[in-house]
Design a protein around this ligand. Structure first.
Ligand SMILES: [Mg+2]
Length: 397
């Protein structure tokens, strides 16, 4: 039986919530109807747009744009500052309601969650009707609007909630993939970041449909593990369950027993690169960040050693994982022949802390480049939450 999954996503969450706060304080302007943005602290030179209203988006003002550029587009731009305590309250209110209604529930970020409706259908009836009731109930109780996407897995539900906004319910069942998802630009596909989209465009792949019908082996050659994954997503394939990953404290990692014992650094680095790539994808899919990395070496003597290092900032970026893994490896290795190499990240957390740390002026994360990367990952990449692998051995692959 096909599953029924819903993705519930607050429309312009930070902007809506700031607007509600101002209204509750007696303001008579609803920012949601104005050309308005939420920004970090403006006095630091990092005044950047972290959320924009739908009217602002329509004229091209979006995150992560700096305020100067945003004002160049519209000089009377209304700017308000983030209030993370208030945001948390709004988020908790909604999540509490969802948790109450659905036993299978997964918070994805501060303003998004998945629920598994499959079993609930007996109790609540038709999913589309219920989704309308749910979004209206959220609006009535809390004063902000959401989009609800319905599909047969998390990927499809997430793609569906991203269709026309605000305050809408959309379906994207497997049977609707061709009609509703394939005509979209390939960059609109979950996990297709800017870099990947550019590579795909170079291959002549412009729409999600082009990607779905491309030769998967060629994609794997160009984009490695990400190519395999994007091909599956373009075909609407995603078996990941709805799980509350906030309960999961395990790490994500891979190890490999080498074909023959080696003292070749390149062989080890190639493996660490591959592990870093896979770990990064797993983290990004679930919108998670790791703070610690562990490298494991087993020598031909079967003695096994670990070395653990903390990242400067929580990360899910392949390059940062790979670079630190090399450092850990070189600290650990005693130049004896290596039989097995492993890499794992632990102390994993959701993006909420990071998303909110954008507003913390003293946080090291506040570097332009890093902010771009972070906001990019927050906005463009969302999790489909496959089961945690723990320290999975990939010898069999
Ligand atoms: Mg949202």
């Amino acid at each position: 039986m096909d599953r029924i999954i819903m993705h519930i996503d607050v429309n312009s969450a930070f902007l809506s919530w700031s607007s509600l706060k101002l209204l509750s304080e007696g303001s008579n302007i609803d920012l949601r109807n104005e050309i308005a943005v939420v920004s970090g602290k403006e006095e630091s030179r990092h005044g950047i747009v972290v959320a924009s209203s739908i009217p602002a988006k329509k004229i091209g003002i979006k995150s992560p744009m700096n305020l100067r550029d945003a004002r160049r587009i519209y000089k009377d731009l209304i700017v308000t500052h983030a209030d993370k305590e208030y945001y948390k309250k709004c988020s908790n209110n909604m999540m509490k309601l969802i948790k109450y209604l659905f036993p299978k529930y997964e918070q994805y970020s501060i303003d998004e969650c998945f629920v598994d409706y499959t079993e609930m259908k007996k109790l609540y009836g038709d999913e589309v009707k219920f989704a309308h009731k749910l979004k209206d109930e959220i609006y009535k109780r809390f004063g902000f609007t959401v989009n609800v996407g319905i599909g047969n897995n998390k990927l499809l539900a997430k793609m569906a909630s991203d269709f026309e906004k605000p305050n809408k319910v959309h379906t994207l069942y497997k049977s609707e993939i061709k009609e509703k998802m394939w005509p979209l630009k390939v960059g609109d596909l979950f996990m297709a970041g800017k870099a990947a989209s550019m590579k795909l465009n170079e291959l002549g792949i412009n729409t999600i449909g082009d990607l779905a019908n491309y030769d998967q082996n060629k994609l794997i050659k160009v984009l490695k593990n990400q190519g395999k994954m994007l091909y599956e997503y373009a075909n609407g394939i995603d078996d990941s369950p709805v799980i509350n990953r906030y309960d999961d404290r395990k790490g994500i990692g891979f190890s490999k027993t080498l074909e023959e014992d080696t003292i070749e650094k390149n062989v080890i680095y190639n493996n660490l690169r591959n592990f870093s790539n896979r770990i990064s994808l797993e983290l990004k899919k679930r919108n998670l960040y790791a703070s610690t990395l562990v490298v494991t070496i087993r020598y031909s003597s079967f003695k096994t050693y670990n070395h653990q290092i903390k990242f400067e900032n929580n990360t899910n970026l392949e390059e940062e994982i790979f670079n630190l893994s090399k450092i850990a490896f070189n600290k650990l290795w005693n130049f004896e022949p290596i039989r097995l190499i492993g890499l794992r990240v632990t102390d994993i957390s959701s993006n909420n802390d990071i998303q909110l740390s954008l507003f913390d002026e003293n946080n090291k994360v506040l570097k332009d480049k890093e902010i771009d990367k972070l906001i990019d990952s927050i906005n463009k990449e969302f999790g489909t939450g496959t089961v945690f692998k723990g320290f999975k051995n990939i010898d069999s692959n």
